[in-house]
Design a protein around this ligand. Structure first.
Ligand SMILES: Cc1cc2nc3c(=O)[nH]c(=O)nc-3n(C[C@H](O)[C@H](O)[C@H](O)COP(=O)(O)O)c2cc1C
Length: 446
């Protein structure tokens, strides 16, 4: 059975999608629009919604050193995602609720508590997308002059996850008694200290919260470098990635599943769901017309600026736009995204401006334009040929393209028996088919 996540990056993952006549750009700050989007995804029986996040204004890189922000740049302001998840838990019943929170600019105790609370509030639908942050500017909001180096970020993330997972195990089953007659509120033998002392963190514990309905919230990861894949293979129930070539996606899938097995995990418990943007029409002609309308809004200057942020010291504006994309100096922030772009440009012989437009159109994720049948043909081929377990659906703007996917593509997936017609379970772990992790302290005391 295929899995689907609705990627939420308001006002849309197409850099100019917010200008489309159908688009509602106010969805970036209007809670009622987030409610609408979440309920559309739930009507489509998606496994989960998934909020991206950065703790800085996106696209604020000092490219020209003067105007830190461009008048036309979207995706600069949106509500804090974990706050949103708690609120959306009240207006949804089954769909999973995943939000991104960086390990570089947070503390384990706070993150463990926040996602455990969402899991209780939502009756077991919470998920934490563990990232190390990919925007240099985030450092400036947390007292640092520079973004932590890539290797150190992942070393910290590995320890961060271990502390959070241990904190989530603090309360065993039945630790809270609340017995009025005896006056016993807790069973101290079922509350466990962590006493963690590590290179990056020193955390005594326990977490001041009963065990989650899911045991632990679902953990998702999107790193694609070596350290990113290692972290994902050891910790993640769900892995996001950017893959636009079937062969490369199959190689990534095989590699990550093997890494999970090496960590002693059942590879089927790690769901790999690459990003996918679809432009769907009842006919090919209609789909192509929709695509042309969107691309007519795309600004080459904006797309080039998005690309320039991934070029480090290379001044991409100084090169002829129709010349081939040169090798990019690997940055400290987003190596996977750089490698993905270079591989795609080399494979498809893309020029600098063509690569920039690809980035501006779908954030560097797979793009499918066509009828529901043709889109599902490709989705079915990827899932049945070992390239993925499902997809993270990006929307060029909201809510119309997501509504069209739910109204046109989901029924075709269901007709072919590739996707659920209704939720069988109640928790996000149920939807994904991943197990509830045992409580390490209860095993030790068993
Ligand atoms: C689908 C997808 C969504 C992502 N969402 C975020 C995000 O919300 N915030 C973030 O800081 N990084 C995000 N990333 C970037 C990854 O977390 C990671 O930093 C990036 O892929 C670089 O990986 P690497 O550091 O392992 O090379 C996302 C990546 C993918 C593929």
């Amino acid at each position: 059975m295929m899995h689907l996540a609705a990627f939420l990056f308001t006002p849309g993952s197409h850099s100019a999608g917010w200008r489309h006549p159908d688009a509602v750009p106010e969805c970036d700050m209007e809670f009622s629009e987030y409610v609408r989007i979440a309920q559309v995804a739930e009507r489509g029986k998606f496994d989960t919604i998934f909020f991206q996040d950065t703790v800085a204004v996106n696209g604020s890189g000092a490219l020209d050193g003067v105007s830190r922000y461009r008048p036309s740049q979207g995706r600069t302001a949106y509500l804090e995602p974990t706050t949103l998840l708690a609120a959306l838990a009240v207006v949804t019943q089954r769909i999973g609720l995943v939000a991104t929170a960086t390990t570089t600019y947070n503390e384990p105790y706070n993150i463990a508590r926040r996602f455990a609370s969402i899991d209780h509030i939502s009756n077991g639908r919470a998920g934490w997308n563990l990232v190390t942050s990919q925007i240099e500017d985030e450092a400036g909001n947390f007292g640092a002059d520079h973004h932590m180096l890539h290797a150190e970020r992942y070393e910290r993330a590995e320890e961060f996850y271990d502390v959070v997972a241990a904190l989530w195990d603090s309360f065993g089953e039945g630790a809270l008694i609340r017995d009025k007659a005896s006056g016993n509120y807790i069973d101290p033998s079922k509350i466990h200290f962590q006493d963690h002392v590590g290179k990056h963190f020193k955390v005594r514990g326990p977490l001041n919260m009963a065990r989650c309905p899911q045991g632990r919230p679902v953990v998702t990861q999107a790193g694609s470098s070596g350290p990113g894949m290692e972290l994902a293979a050891r910790t993640a129930d769900l892995v996001f990635t950017a893959q636009s070539d079937l062969g490369e996606a199959q190689a990534f899938y095989k590699d990550l599943k093997a890494r999970a097995r090496k960590h002693g995990r059942d590879p089927s418990h790690v769901k790999i769901m690459p990003g996918l943007m679809t432009i769907v029409g009842a006919t090919e002609a209609e789909a192509q017309a929709k695509y042309r309308d969107l691309q007519g809004l795309l600004s080459d200057e904006n797309s080039m600026r998005l690309l320039a942020r991934l070029c480090g010291d290379l001044d991409i504006f100084a090169l002829p736009p129709d010349s081939p994309l040169p090798p990019l100096p690997l940055s400290n922030a987003a190596q996977a995204r750089q490698r993905h772009l270079m591989d795609k440009a080399a494979r498809e012989n893309l020029s600098i401006i063509q690569t920039a437009r690809y980035l501006g159109t779908s954030l560097g994720h797979h793009l499918l334009v066509g009828t529901p049948q043709r889109i599902v043909d490709t989705m079915e081929q990827w899932v049945t040929s070992g390239a993925c377990d499902g997809f993270t659906l990006l929307s060029p703007h909201y809510p119309r393209p997501l509504e069209q996917f739910v109204d046109l593509v989901v029924p075709e997936l269901q007709r072919r028996g590739l996707f659920r017609t209704d939720y069988a379970g109640h928790t996000l772990r149920d939807h994904l088919g991943v197990p509830v992790p045992p409580n390490r302290y209860e095993i030790a005391n068993a």
